[in-house]
Design a binder for this molecule. Structure first.
Ligand code: DSN
Length: 425
């Protein structure tokens, strides 16, 4: 895409920005070009629609709206009230949820609200450990959750790299947590929500599902939903769900007041109403047959990519994937995750190094990479392209230390992405 095309994409407002602040305008263009030309395989990223982007650059950004629709602390909220009501109703309908809160600024913020709604500092919480695929807010020692709560962790079995529900149950019975969290950032398999519900009932714990990674697949009816089982489901809106950057919480009606109070005034001040509008737009998009087909294709592509990487001699953790992401053990290549990440980057392939379960390397180095198919599937890529991508990754990891070879891979990547343009006008 040329600079002229980029200006056409951003519209007249972009011309005003460019006149006033060419330094920042230049970054908007170069970031758009970076997203267009490279392969975007970060499992938590996607390309949101121009309609969602339009809400983010709107005058809704100017409005303070502390409180909830009809109960605000500032005047002039009659228009933004409409947006939030529409968004809440769409979320409840799409997920079959009894209650929805669209105000969390991010997934981590949503999780702060969940802790606040159901626990007090010092309470025990059982969650998946970060080295086995959990999240910082699930009790990492460097996060508020690990500092303020008594965290017990579960992980995956060494033999098959799947959650051991018997161990989880034993852990819950022994430690009597107030809340049990399931959900992860690097777990390629499905979670057995029914079994987790039974464990929660047995020990009297709140069932919290952090669905940030897979909620888009649930929205597209491509995998089972946690909503009928969980007391509370938190998530981000910008991953497979393809909405704006932000967070959301669904809950049973009995927890509605606690969740709303925890979000505001417990954890945040004014909501970002432009983002709330973007969430409403994304939820409407998710309710379409096109989005359902997309969600299914994301999984088909992830399975194909994992299988193709195995053909290239690497190992898919837990034997493959049932979701949008695959975790790849690359020790067979003799290259660690950090170097692989750098070599792929130099070859036009954007992914991240990732610890694998029982990783002998530190989190800064790792023995693995994580790949996701949300963005490439949005571009329209399918199974044939996944096989090309696997070969690019394998060549980049093995040969990418050589600048000329990296350059050659990058030009093939650019040729592939040019066939699947994003944000083209
Ligand atoms: N940073 C996100 C991810 O990449 O999975 C989780 O918050």
């Amino acid at each position: 895409m040329t600079q002229k095309d980029s200006e056409a994409f951003y519209g007249p407002d972009f011309n005003a920005l460019q006149a006033q602040d060419p330094d920042i305008a230049a970054v908007l263009i170069s970031e758009l070009v970076r997203q267009q030309k490279n392969l975007q395989l970060i499992a938590s990223e996607n390309f949101t629609s121009p309609a969602v982007l339009a809400t983010m650059g709107s005058t809704l950004s100017n409005k303070y709206a502390e409180g909830y629709p009809g109960k605000r602390y500032y005047g002039g909220c009659e228009e933004v009230d409409k947006v939030e009501v529409i968004g809440i109703e769409r979320a409840k309908a799409l997920f079959g949820a009894e209650h929805a809160n669209l105000q969390p600024h991010s997934g981590a913020s949503a999780n702060v609200a969940v802790y606040q709604a159901f626990t007090k500092p010092g309470d025990s919480v059982l969650a998946m450990s970060l080295p086995h695929g959990g999240h910082l807010t699930h009790g990492s020692k460097v996060n508020f959750s690990g500092k303020w709560f008594n965290i017990f962790s579960y992980g995956v079995r060494q033999e098959d790299e799947l959650i051991d529900y018997d161990e989880l149950r034993d852990n819950a019975i022994a430690n009597k947590p107030k809340m049990i969290c399931v959900g992860a950032t690097a777990y390629p398999s499905l979670i057995d929500f029914e079994t987790v519900r039974k464990i929660c009932d047995e020990v009297g714990a709140i069932m919290w599902v952090d669905a940030a990674h897979f909620i888009g697949l649930v929205a597209g009816k491509a995998i089972p939903s946690p909503v009928p089982y969980a007391d509370v489901v938190s998530f981000t809106t910008h991953k497979v769900l393809r909405g704006p950057r932000g967070g959301m919480i669904l809950s049973k009606a009995e927890h509605a007041a606690a969740i709303d109070k925890a979000v505001f005034p417990g954890m945040q001040g004014g909501p970002i109403m432009s983002a709330v509008a973007g969430k409403a737009v994304a939820l409407k998009e998710c309710a379409t047959p096109e989005y359902q087909a997309y969600a299914k294709n994301v999984i088909v592509n992830a399975k194909a990519l994992a299988a193709d990487l195995e053909k290239e001699g690497m190992r898919a953790v837990s034997g493959g994937t049932q979701t949008h992401l695959a975790l790849i053990d690359i020790r067979s290549t003799g290259v660690n995750g950090k170097v692989a990440d750098e070599r792929c980057g130099a070859s036009g392939i954007v992914l991240n190094k990732n610890s694998i379960p029982y990783d002998p390397e530190t989190p800064a180095v790792t023995s693995g990479i994580r790949v996701g198919t949300a963005a490439t599937t949005t571009q329209g890529m399918g199974v044939p392209e996944m096989s090309q991508i696997a070969s690019f990754i394998a060549r980049a990891i093995k040969d990418g230390g050589d600048e000329n070879k990296a350059k050659a891979i990058r030009s093939e990547v650019n040729a592939l992405t040019a066939k699947f343009p994003i944000y083209a006008r």
